[in-house]
Design a protein around this ligand. Structure first.
Ligand SMILES: C[S@@+](CC[C@H](N)C(=O)[O-])C[C@H]1O[C@@H](n2cnc3c(N)ncnc32)[C@H](O)[C@@H]1O
Length: 200
């Protein structure tokens, strides 16, 4: 049987959590906050009109910003409430309900690989226990040749940076660069956030 993600386990304890998250994102957007920092980095990494997968897209803020820049975006998230919000708030983008640990987009007739996969907003810390390597492998399998993955998450969330880097190697991915912010501040031993750019 499939193990629920930590996000789904949070929902089991608090069924309103998804709606709270959607409303929080909508409020931040309405207040004019900058919600596109991750998208700007991805945009700099890819050619114009690239194919980008927003892995663990939630209500779609990163994928929507990339689509607005002319990229072809697919977003996937395990939480149907968040995907419904993405469909409502950002129509015209392919938003899918699915588990990254079981992702097989060819089954959805999406057979072309992605120039970039973005996994932002602490998604890696919400995966089901024991699925991190599998998720990294599924992302690797969905890359185009020379495609890259950008993953960002914070410290103190139960998934150590060292464990992540070991999982990256086990998944057959290489580390191109490590930063501590999405605007490319250097990563140091005491950094409390990691942005990793991975290649296959
Ligand atoms: C804090 S939210 C971030 C959402 C979005 N990336 C953002 O930055 O706004 C974490 C997301 O990870 C998703 N997630 C966690 N594990 C997942 C999995 N195995 N497959 C797909 N989505 C997953 C959750 O459903 C949730 O939407």
């Amino acid at each position: 049987m499939r193990t629920p993600t930590l996000w789904e386990q949070t929902l089991q304890r608090n069924p309103n959590h998804s709606l709270w998250y959607v409303e929080r994102m909508r409020a931040l957007a309405a207040e004019g906050n900058d919600l596109a920092g991750e998208a700007r980095l991805i945009d700099a990494m890819v050619p114009r009109g690239a194919r980008v997968l927003d892995a663990g897209c939630g209500p779609g803020r990163v994928g929507a910003a990339l689509a607005a820049l002319g990229h072809t975006v697919v977003g996937i998230d395990v939480d149907p409430v968040l995907i419904n919000a993405a469909i409502e708030d950002h129509p015209g983008i392919q938003w899918l309900v699915g588990d990254l640990a079981e992702m097989d987009l060819a089954a959805e007739r999406i057979t072309e690989g992605f120039d970039a996969i973005v996994c932002a907003g602490n998604v890696m810390t919400f995966l089901a226990p024991g699925t991190h390597v599998t998720v990294l492998e599924t992302m690797r399998r969905h890359l185009a040749p020379a495609g890259r993955i950008a993953v960002g998450f914070g410290a103190g969330r139960g998934y150590a940076f060292e464990t992540f880097l070991s999982d990256v190697a086990e998944a057959g991915l290489s580390v191109d660069s490590l930063f501590s912010t999405w605007d490319l501040r250097p990563f140091r031993d005491d950094s409390d956030f990691l942005v990793a750019i991975l290649g296959s």
